[in-house]
Design a protein around this ligand. Sequence first.
Ligand code: GDP
Ligand code: MG
Length: 371
Amino acid sequence: SAGVSVKEFAELIGQRPADVVRKLMEMGQMVTFNQSINLEAASLIAEEYGAKVEVSTEKAGEALLEEAAQSSGEEHAVPRPPVVTIMGHVDHGKTSLLDAIRQTKVAEGEAGGITQHIGAYMVGVRDKQVTFLDTPGHEAFTAMRARGAKATDIVILVVAADDGVMPQTVEAIHHAKAAGVPLIVAINKVDKPGANVDRVKNALTEHGLVAESWGGDTIMVEVSAKQRTGLDNLLEMILLQAEVLELKADPERMAKGLVIEAKLDRGRGPIATVLVQSGTLHVGDAFVVGNFSGRVRALVTDTGKKTVEAGPSVPVEVIGLPGVPSAGDVFTIVKDERVAREIAQERAMKQRAADLAGPAKVSLDDLFAKI
Ligand code: GDP
Ligand code: MG
């Protein structure tokens, strides 16, 4: 179905269907009682009759999204790669660890050398794949969580063995707990003279993380990003944890994903790195993201290659956006560009209304302080 019919709309605004049809004809639209009314026309007509249409049109549009999500269901769910985010205190070695994992793996098998940086990438571990998200800032993580968007399946908490548990270590623990995401501790820099693994484990117990070797249930792995030791063990633990989670998604439905990062590229225009969470994203698909809508013009993989599609847990650069969305925005495929445009317009309208109503009562900081 495609939203609200002319008849339903007329009832909503307390007018006769025939009058609405006449108005539509005046606007150059030939529509019968049972055909759906275009949202733009609906709001114009409602305005003319002095009715408030924002809420009802919004429902119609968002209802379409819901309907699309439900109608395709999850009946063809198949296993998907885990999405892993690396967090931890500054300078504890998050970037080094990611680089080490990537270099080891890329150097081991794949041709083409070092991957292009798109903020997210996939690594092959034996016959499995793991998707790593390159440390989204704590702010992006908070924003995603505040919107109910869960970007990651597993958090790797990096703690430097020489520096120990620090404020951002604790913050990351809170984030993972609040999001209900399992956490694996990577005790890094074990090669350093000042390294003290037991001291780290001890400090972590104060935050509810007790190592398995100490009778608890938190997986802790000792690594050195610099000397590339312990990496295989860490990857092994990630795969084990992923198996427990039984992660699945339906690759056959219309794609839905999350914007991990977005930027304006001088040559290619606005580009968003989208993590596909369900369905398969194709070149040519009509999408809505935030207040923007459009059609996917091109998809670029984490290795910089063009592709025609991307399935669940796959990060891709999407080209063809009319503007730069925000990290944490939901990227949704809809059945055609017209529907995409209408939903985007409703959202823009809603946002303008919210902006006029003044600042939000609760800031993200407030939300976070309560956790
Ligand atoms: P991030 O801020 O958490 O991303 O930390 P970086 O990856 O940028 O690392 C901070 C510093 O620690 C850099 O100078 C790295 O070379 C160093 N470093 C990272 N991992 C190790 C390690 O395993 N051993 C040693 N000795 N130094 C490391
Ligand atoms: Mg870093």
